[in-house]
Ligand binder design. Structure first.
Ligand SMILES: [Zn+2]
Length: 308
């Protein structure tokens, strides 16, 4: 079996699949913080293989392991750094669990893992795809010929930190007016009339309506950047904001159509027609993580030191 683990800010979701992608077992655990994340991953692997062995539903040997985690990941060494939400400064995540796995171990950032999961669920997989995750932050994962393309130092797809508004607010990255400051979950935090953003929107609050317009415009900008710089065939929208805020994907498509109506150039690109929405499927990041070892950007992976 192949195991994929999506390590989120609070919870880790581990899933075991066979070679046909059939789910053999899954579980959720608190992620823990700092070095405790390693213990969480080890527990997840041990419990999943015990569960599959007991259930007799498949080969309980762990043939490969993939992990997605929010933070900077050196995909070749499996070292995670600056995973602020998890209290990790530096952690040898890949190397720290290789003894439990009989095959390759691969770590990547959570958005790249989710991109692979979204790709795997598309009915007609395109040659080139960008998965734009509108979650707490704004970032994309790029899948070319079925493999994650990370780019130089893994920077490919970091569209959230493009500074586009000189009059904008200061971003967590230190720049001013990044796309992420208007087009992400971060942008929707704060004190809204009625308590939360969705309630304020439902009440027709002017500030909330304005924030939604900026969000849609910013996501459309990010979609256009991905189409026009990488030249991908398809952009797939996903993430918590897309899943939980009614009509956002439709509004982004409308915005792209409006841009096309004003510009023969944009019209010729057919952006709105090539935009897709990821299924609202909670297991996309974990399934994508399970597919990482065979779809890495390079052949080199962290090999198990397990000897028998
Ligand atoms: Zn930024």
């Amino acid at each position: 079996m192949r195991i994929g683990i999506d390590i989120g800010g609070t919870k880790a979701h581990a899933i075991a699949i066979d070679h046909e992608g059939v789910v053999l077992g899954e579980l959720r655990l608190p992620s823990g913080r700092g070095n405790a994340v390693l213990a969480t991953v080890r527990e997840a692997i041990t419990r999943l293989s015990a569960e599959v062995a007991a259930g007799g539903s498949g080969d309980a040997r762990v043939e490969s392991l993939g992990m997605g985690i929010p933070g900077w990941v050196d995909a070749d060494s499996g070292v995670v750094s600056h995973a602020v939400n998890l209290g990790i400064e530096r952690l040898e995540l890949g190397g720290g669990v290789a003894d439990l796995v009989d095959g390759p171990v691969r770590v990547d950032n959570d958005v790249n893992a989710a991109a692979l999961g979204a790709f795997a669920l598309l009915e007609q997989p395109p040659d080139s795809m960008a998965y734009l995750n509108v979650g707490t932050g704004l970032a994309a994962g790029i899948v070319l010929d079925g493999r994650v393309w990370r780019g130089f130092r893994g920077i490919a797809g970091e569209v959230g930190h493009l500074p586009v508004d000189p009059d904008g607010i200061v971003c967590i990255c230190g720049q001013i007016g990044c796309l992420e400051t208007v087009a992400s979950g971060i942008a929707l935090r704060g004190d809204w009339a009625g308590g939360d953003f969705a309630t304020a929107l439902a009440q027709g609050d002017a500030a909330a309506l304005h924030a939604r317009r900026l969000l849609v415009h910013g996501v459309a900008d990010a979609v256009q950047v991905l189409f026009q710089t990488i030249g991908v065939e398809t952009v797939v929208l996903g993430g918590g904001v897309v899943n939980n805020l009614d009509g956002v994907a439709e509004s982004v498509r409308d915005e792209l159509a409006a841009r096309a109506s004003r510009s023969p150039f944009v019209a010729s690109l057919g952006l709105a027609e090539r935009l897709r929405v990821a299924p609202n499927e909670a297991s996309i990041p974990a399934i994508g993580a399970a597919l990482l070892p065979e779809s890495g950007s390079r052949a080199s992976t962290v090999r198990s030191s397990h000897r028998r």
